[in-house]
Ligand binder design. Structure first.
Ligand code: KG4
Ligand code: ZN
Length: 376
């Protein structure tokens, strides 16, 4: 393809459009973050869909204007077709299908989490497989061994809440504004991470994997965050009754963040040891967390590499969708996600099995629908 590609993202509460050149360079990126949800302390799916409907045309027009092109100059439109909120997804997919048809160009459906894999690629030409991808967002927590582009081996995923969801819920418990992630990490700056000993769920499962003294078993790289959230909730309740919550807020935020970072970084680093590759790619909104990035970078040491995009490209945006679309188009392998789909695995992803050469020996197919909430 020689003409620019447009990327559309409407899976949750960001309406975003971006124009990329065929070589992957960003010509424009516009992100509208919906603030209608703030007063509810969480995303209201019906309001999200309605807001996407109102915003999508102006957001696309702004992205095209910033890129200095007309929509007739486009070569293709990539759209995040799932997973996400179904009403929100339908707006992006329907808008894209109609526009692609009218312009006579292809629509390229993209999986939202594969989009997050391509976030850091937009800024760093060194960001290439092999790497272990830790994808941490409001709806998903995935640890994937990526030996080559488009080859995904699922090492672990959350069994209950996603990492970002845990940050959001703790933010709510602490009376901080939505979304909780940035607010909790800001509050944590002045707190003592050792003040409260919150649990590190399922971290003991990888003890010994990092130093090679024990082999990893299936499920060892899975995550669980609901117990950690409950532990914070109990402590908050106790402190509220004692009238001590205000002074303790930064310490609670720091102690929670330390527990979440221990688990996320600990599993990612153990995964690099298990596959024998000391390169990590960090994607999704929680990748904006400075403590998490610093911890993984420190763990990898000077000989390892961490690929993490700037916060703007880690959080939901149309540029990562356009970049994933370019990859699919150039590889000639579609995702098959023709319809908006609320819950769906990254197409072609297999379950990782411990084995020789990074576990590539194990190619167990995964069920098409991941476990988790119906809304995401
Ligand atoms: O990838 P994303 O923009 O949207 C989804 O696909 O869900 O991720 C949003 C999530 C939210 O849960 C938000 O609280 C979290 O990313 N987040 C953070 C930070 N910035 C955003 N979590 C921890 N620390 C941050 N600095
Ligand atoms: Zn996302």
């Amino acid at each position: 393809m020689t003409r620019p590609i447009l990327g559309i993202e409407t899976t949750c509460d960001e309406t975003s459009a971006a124009v990329l050149d065929p070589d992957g360079a960003i010509r424009s990126l516009v992100v509208h973050s919906q603030d209608v949800h703030r007063i509810y302390g969480g995303v209201v799916p019906e309001l999200a869909a309605r807001d996407h409907l109102v915003r999508i045309e102006p957001v696309v027009a702004a992205a095209l204007g910033e890129a200095g092109i007309d929509r007739r100059d486009l070569g293709a439109i990539a759209v995040a077709a799932g997973p996400g909120l179904i009403g929100a997804l339908l707006v992006g997919v329907t808008w894209t299908r109609a526009s692609a048809l009218a312009l006579g160009i292809p629509m390229i459906p993209v999986h939202h989490m594969e989009g997050h894999v391509f976030g850091p690629v937009l800024e760093d030409s060194d960001a290439e497989p092999p790497f272990v991808a830790l994808l941490v967002s409001g709806g998903h927590t995935l640890l994937i061994w990526v030996p080559g582009w488009g080859s995904y081996h699922l090492m672990g995923e959350t069994r209950d809440d996603a990492a970002g969801e845990a940050f959001d819920k703790v933010g709510k418990l602490l009376g901080l504004p939505y979304p909780g992630g940035p607010a909790v990490s800001a509050a944590a700056v002045s707190g003592d991470p050792g003040r409260y000993a919150f649990p590190r769920p399922m971290l003991d499962r990888i003890a010994g994997v990092g130093d090679g003294s024990s082999a990893a078993a299936p499920g060892d790289f899975d995550f669980s965050f609901s117990g950690l959230k409950t532990a914070v909730a109990r402590t908050v309740m106790r402190l509220e009754q004692a009238g001590a919550i205000d002074a303790e807020r930064p310490h609670l935020a720091a102690s929670f963040q330390a527990a979440a970072v221990d688990v996320l970084a600990g599993k990612a680093l153990a995964a690099t040891a298990a596959v024998g590759c000391n390169r990590v790619l960090l994607g999704g909104g929680v990748a904006a967390n400075g403590a998490l990035r610093a911890r993984i970078r420190r763990g990898l040491g000077r000989r390892g590499r961490l690929f993490a995009g700037s916060p703007r490209l880690s959080m939901d945006n149309g540029a990562m969708i356009a970049r994933a679309g370019l990859f699919r188009l150039q590889a000639g392998v579609g995702t098959g996600l023709e319809e908006a789909t609320a819950r769906v695995r990254i197409p072609g992803m297999v379950r990782w099995r411990p084995g020789k050469r990074g576990g590539a020996a194990g190619r167990t197919p995964l069920p098409g629908i991941p476990p988790g909430r119906d809304s995401q």
